[in-house]
Design a protein around this ligand. Sequence first.
Ligand SMILES: [Zn+2]
Length: 327
Amino acid sequence: MKFEKSGYHGIILSDYGIGLDSSSPNIELNLISHAHADHVPRDRRVSVITTESTRRFMELRGFRGEIKTLGFLEPLETEQARITLYPAGHILGSAMIYVETDEGNLLYTGDFRTPPSPASEGFQLPQNVDYFITEATFGLPIYKWDSHEVIFEQIRNFASRTLDAGETPIFFGYNQGKAQEIMHALSPLNHPIQIHGAGYPLCQVYSDHGIDLGPYDKYNKDTVADAILVAPSSVQESAMIRNIRNKRIAYCSGWASHESRRQQMIVDELIPLSDHVDFFELLALIKTLQPRHTWVTHSPNPKVILHYLRELGYSASSLDMALKEED
Ligand SMILES: [Zn+2]
């Protein structure tokens, strides 16, 4: 099956007039996998198709183009193809895009996580995948995640210990997706949570979807010391953090599996909570799918996963795209 790269993340199936996370205004059907900034068209006037939650996130984040929505597992028929969105387990609204054609069936993952994030619609695979385009952000054998149960317990423990010591727990996590996952993990503590202003409006989409984020409010400098603060790591040098006198900070990210981050981030606890698949789950998934060919994208070193796949007898190659440290 023929396709071209388009821009930073995009892929174009030009024979079918289909774009996958593409910014091209010349493509008839531009499907968007999820609302992280690096997957959404730069040109905000492009017309796109995506899930309802992703539509809401994109609009909240300033996208002004036309957005049509497509439900999960509701096929969209074109003259030459059938397109279906499958839940990707990465963040709320995230979808894998499945394109069935006479040439074979292609699955494009966007970013995905299996087992899925408990703050997402879950994860589901289509039946027959001939061509597989997969992200491999953590596609090295040093990456193996603990279960969400274990990580969520670590999050609650850190918060409880810090509160018991009379200090303010601060969690660093990306404003879209990671922050809400942390809040969902904290919700059983029933302790007030404050979230960074840019992440706050996105929480409503989660609440409307029935995902419990605990008793949360927008960051308020006058009351934050009595709450649990959830904010992106980009604020670590800011007054928001400096003004909280007694605090302990936890960094929640797949990258937190590197002990070196403790000094780089100046944090008290590293919690490897990732919304991307780990190396072993990715291999297991390819064994389940048995695709005719796999293209790997966003890998820190594609040679490693390609080596493992070829050893296992799979046809695979790298679709070179820049790795972005959003997780
Ligand atoms: Zn993402």
